[in-house]
Design a binder for this molecule. Structure first.
Ligand code: ADP
Ligand code: ZN
Length: 435
């Protein structure tokens, strides 16, 4: 039987949810207009007043916020509460430029914990469970979010943080962890290590995994489910909007329910900014309607996906977002063709290879090159050069069928590609370094 953390919200009728969103949106716009000069200026520039926003249908009148705005306003420019009311910050990994810093009041943390509690409950978690949190702790939101959710549900919480894989497995065995929370790439690594240690998934008590913070394919899901003997659930979130738990997967494992009582989702055309109808792929935009300290309105995530509405087989009515295909800035244009790393991952796993790979793109003599190093499983290894070349050609052919362009495939020996304990780095685009 499906269990809910907050049935009233998770299974609300569309009318009840719309009314709640309308009320919360109106109050939030007022709160932001009065307290955040940066956004007030954007609204004034656009000629919008808080009174113009009466419900979700007026959302499109509001200006967007982008990552560039967050950097401009760093560190306090988008803060909507006095610092004395804020209790914590988190920050994105900030690979490019200035970090983004998000602030939380205690109420913001409580609501975030509840979102993660909903995710854990949807994955079958109760206060009988032992929840191993192997997302990183610290400025990253992964560890703190799932840790809070696990406490809220009343699970015995193991705040492991990421890394130290031997100890993870030791604790998993000794304390009988039933739920594992980490990035999918780390879950794959833990699964691989367990097998190397000669431990069978049957020797573990694990039953579910809650994996997110990076894109992963259905093929990767099946591979992790098999290696750990669990059901693997997706979870989505971003620091700017709170952290993990903005959306979570249910037993149907077909898209993630967005916690719409807290976050209003829109899909827009990334070129024109025009809202797109449900079902169409575009950029995901969020408006936080309950956050107090750092309430972003119409924040452009750059994540590409689509929304579907309607009652799910789990009984929830919350709108669902499809697995993001990646961020718009993860998309590579190689010889004029749009390529997502996830497309390559799909082919690799389908063809029986490990999810350990590295994509390298460069430009040589004005032409783009695509090199994919793929780790072999020990049983795929052959000492006959001819056999290896044949395997490389076959894999290159399968990838060409998917992408429409020819890659150069390099099969590399087992264990030669660095494993990830957090978010995996799968692409090196050297063209960006030349620019
Ligand atoms: P950073 O921008 O430094 O990675 P975050 O840790 O806040 O900061 O990461 C949020 C981003 O991670 C999202 O915008 C999205 O691109 C990605 N992400 C999070 N969860 C998922 C998921 N389940 N599937 C795909 N991508 C995800
Ligand atoms: Zn569902």
């Amino acid at each position: 039987m499906e269990r809910y953390w907050n049935q009233e919200m998770e299974c609300a009728s569309p009318e009840v949810m719309k009314k709640l969103q309308d009320e919360r949106l109106v109050a939030q716009v007022k709160h932001v207009y009065e307290n955040v000069k940066y956004y007030r200026d954007l609204m004034d520039e656009k000629g919008v007043k808080p009174e113009d926003i009466k419900g979700t249908e007026d959302l499109r009148k509001l200006p967007f916020l982008s990552k560039a705005d967050l950097r401009d306003a760093y560190p306090f420019g988008l803060l909507a509460k006095p610092l004395s009311e804020c209790v914590r910050i988190h920050s994105t990994s900030g690979t490019t430029g200035r970090r983004v810093v998000a602030f939380y009041t205690q109420n913001d943390i409580d609501l975030w914990d509840e979102c993660c509690a909903r995710a854990i409950t949807a994955a079958g978690g109760t206060n009988e469970d032992v929840c191993q949190v192997a997302y990183g702790f610290g400025l990253f939101t992964g560890g703190a979010g799932l840790n809070g959710g696990s406490h809220t549900v009343g699970c015995l919480t193991l705040p492991m943080s990421s890394g130290n894989t031997d100890r993870q497995i030791q604790f998993m065995q000794d304390l009988g962890a039933t739920i594992l929370c980490c990035t999918p790439s780390y879950a794959a690594y833990i699964g691989e290590t367990i097998h190397e240690m000669g431990i069978s998934p049957d020797d573990l008590k694990l039953k579910a995994g809650i994996f997110g913070a990076e894109p992963w394919t259905e093929e990767m899901r099946r591979s992790i489910e098999k290696s750990l003997g669990i059901k693997a659930y997706d979870i989505y979130g971003l620091t700017e909007i709170s952290g993990p738990g903005v959306a979570f997967e249910c037993s149907e494992q077909n898209g993630m329910h967005i916690n719409e009582d807290n976050f209003i989702a829109e899909i827009i055309d990334p070129e024109t900014g025009e809202p797109l109808p449900d079902g169409e792929v575009g950029e995901l935009v969020f408006t936080s309607i309950t956050k107090e300290a750092f309430p972003l309105l119409r924040y452009r995530t750059r994540d590409l996906c689509r929304l579907t509405r309607g009652k799910c087989s789990c009984g929830r009515t919350l709108v669902k977002m499809a697995k993001p295909m990646g961020r718009s800035d993860d998309m590579m244009i190689i010889r004029g063709v749009n390529v997502f790393p996830s497309q390559i991952e799909t082919v690799l796993i389908e063809q029986g290879y490990s999810p350990n790979y590295l994509i390298e793109v460069d430009r040589v003599n004005n032409s783009d090159t695509l090199d994919i190093s793929v780790e072999m499983n020990p049983d795929q290894f052959s000492d006959k050069v001819k056999d290896m070349q044949k395997q490389e050609r076959e894999l290159a052919e399968a990838i060409k069928t998917m992408l429409g362009i020819n890659p150069k495939v390099h099969l590399v020996s087992p264990k030669s590609i660095t494993r990830s304990e957090g978010k995996a780095v799968r692409v090196i685009d050297r063209r960006k370094l030349h620019d």
